[in-house]
Ligand binder design. Sequence first.
Ligand code: ZN
Ligand code: ZN
Length: 259
Amino acid sequence: MNVTRRLSSRFREIRGALADAIDLVYPPVCLACEAIDDVAAVGLCETCRRSLAKIVPPACPRCGEPLRRAPDRTMGKRLRCNACPKGGFAADGAIAALRYVGTAKDLVLGLKFGRDRLLARPLGRLLLERLRAPDVSFRPDVVVPVPLPFGRRFSRGFNQAADVARVVATEFGVPCRTRLVRRRAAPPQSGLSRAARRRNVRGAFSLWPWAKRFLQGRRVLVIDDVLTTGATVDAMCRVLRRARPSAIYVAAVARATAS
Ligand SMILES: [Zn+2]
Ligand SMILES: [Zn+2]
């Protein structure tokens, strides 16, 4: 065993002992309901975990909408479901871990509005669980969160999608790149129709000059906290295409589902 390795194993021991000590003083509580319980790996208690409306296969491989029947693979790339955007989708596929209702919605909003930034961890882990389901075969080379417009990023102090993206990237052992795509402020999307949202976000994204170097020929995983119409992330994917990645997939913690 060389010195570096010995030091790093000693460091791990100390870190482990510290974590145990912290658990003694602050017993792990559920990040959603603060119950002192078996919060297991994701930081949520059993009751909260069970109350999450998880999206389980089959789901539309294009847009992530949960389906009643498995999609017919023979349709290949032309495959779409009733919820798929009519104008096509710039990503090769999309996936979401949870339906955007109940506890899932509370958790996503809790992270978004800064109630608890620690929520990125359980939400990231739930997304990873979905990304590892047998119907998903995508393995990214690089993870890119949907950026916030500069002003909003500045006033909020963090980007919730980037927090989730870091959890995902670390687990896959790939880089998380937050400075490849720039986003300018567009008027808020809420309350707009699907067509109006598309118009609203068109032109909001642009690539930094060095983006191509990190994206060309790579499999890109775009991360967002929540997909509603998908118009924002679609506008971003159209811009990412210009850097010629080999594939683009979108993964969101939650998805507003049609059914
Ligand atoms: Zn709980
Ligand atoms: Zn679909």
